[in-house]
Design a protein around this ligand. Structure first.
Ligand code: SF4
Ligand code: SF4
Length: 253
C-alpha cells in the first residue's frame, strides 16, 4: 500500500479488527519524525531500538499510527465503588480485568495490522512493571509513550490528568501504535478541551497537587501498588472524566 488515501484502508482494517473483539476503535496518524521529536530523550533511544535498521527510513517519511480501543461503560463504572467506608475491590477487579483484555486485543490487533502493512507493532504496555521498580522514572526508558503519538495524531487532547481524552470516549481508552515507512496522510491534533473542568483533579489528591509534587506519577504508582489489583491500575481519574467532567453527555462508551 502506498499513497495518502491508504489511511482509509488502514482505518477499515482497524475497524474490522475491533469488531472481531466486540470493541470500538479510534485511529490517528502523525509523522514518525514529529512523534520521535516529542518523546523524552530516553524514549527516543527506545524508539530507535524498536525501529532498528529501518530508523532512517521511518524518519525520512514514515508514519506513526496510533490506535485506541474503548472500555465498555460497565468497566468504568466498576472503578472505586464505595462500600462500608472503603472501596469494593472485587468490583474494581472487573475494571482491572478489562484493562488486561484491552491490552491483549490491542497487541493482537497492532501485530496483525503491522504484518499486513510491513510495519512494526509497539504493544499497548509493558505489563507488571509498577511493582518491580523503585521509582516511576525507571519506567520511562522501557517504553515509547503512546500518548505522544495519540496527542499528535488527534486521537484526543492531553487532559489535566495526563491521559488522552477522546471527544467521544473520554479517556476511557487504551492505546497501542504501529510504525511504518508508508507516508500516510496525517490526522490533525485536537484543541485542548478541558477548559475549566477539574473533575479528575477533584478525584485524586496527587493530580490536584501535581504542581507542588516533584513527580505526581510516583505517588500514582505507589497508590496503584497499594491497591493490589491484579493488573496495576487505579482509574479513578478516568471514571471522573467520563462521569463527572464538564463534557457530561458528549462522552458515550
Ligand atoms: S490513576 Fe489513580 S492515583 Fe493515578 S492519577 Fe489517576 S486517580 Fe490518581
Ligand atoms: S476530567 Fe475534565 S479536566 Fe480532567 S481530563 Fe477530563 S475533561 Fe480534562
Amino acid at each position: 500500500m502506498t499513497g495518502d488515501s491508504n489511511i482509509e484502508t488502514v482505518r477499515r482494517d482497524l475497524e474490522a479488527e475491533a469488531s472481531m473483539h466486540g470493541l470500538k476503535s479510534v485511529l490517528g496518524v502523525a509523522p514518525f519524525r514529529e512523534v520521535h521529536d516529542g518523546l523524552l530523550p530516553v524514549q527516543r533511544t527506545k524508539l530507535r531500538e524498536i525501529a532498528g535498521e529501518r530508523f532512517d527510513s521511518f524518519m525520512e517519511g514514515g508514519s506513526f499510527i496510533s490506535i485506541a480501543f474503548a472500555y465498555p461503560e460497565e468497566a468504568i463504572d466498576a472503578i472505586a465503588v464505595e462500600i462500608g467506608g472503603g472501596f469494593d475491590l472485587d468490583t474494581w477487579r472487573f475494571y482491572s480485568d478489562w484493562y488486561d483484555r484491552l491490552n491483549q486485543a490491542l497487541n493482537e490487533t497492532s501485530s496483525a495490522m503491522a504484518e499486513r502493512i510491513g510495519g512494526i507493532s509497539i504493544p499497548a504496555t509493558a505489563a507488571g512493571i509498577a511493582t518491580k521498580i523503585e521509582h516511576v522514572e525507571e519506567y520511562y526508558p522501557l517504553v515509547v509513550s503512546h500518548r505522544v503519538a495519540a496527542e499528535l495524531s488527534g486521537v484526543g487532547w492531553r487532559g489535566k490528568n495526563g491521559l488522552i481524552v477522546n471527544p467521544r470516549y473520554s479517556c476511557a481508552i487504551r492505546l497501542a501504535s504501529i510504525i511504518t515507512d508508508m507516508p500516510l496522510e496525517r490526522t490533525e491534533p485536537l484543541q485542548d478541551g478541558c477548559e475549566g473542568c477539574t473533575a479528575c483533579l477533584d478525584a485524586c489528591p496527587f493530580l490536584a497537587n501535581k504542581d507542588r509534587l516533584e513527580n505526581y506519577r510516583e505517588q500514582c504508582r505507589r497508590y496503584i501498588v497499594s491497591l493490589g489489583l491484579e493488573h496495576e491500575v487505579c482509574g479513578k481519574c478516568i471514571k471522573a472524566c467520563y462521569r463527572e467532567s464538564a463534557h457530561g453527555d458528549a462522552f458515550r462508551l
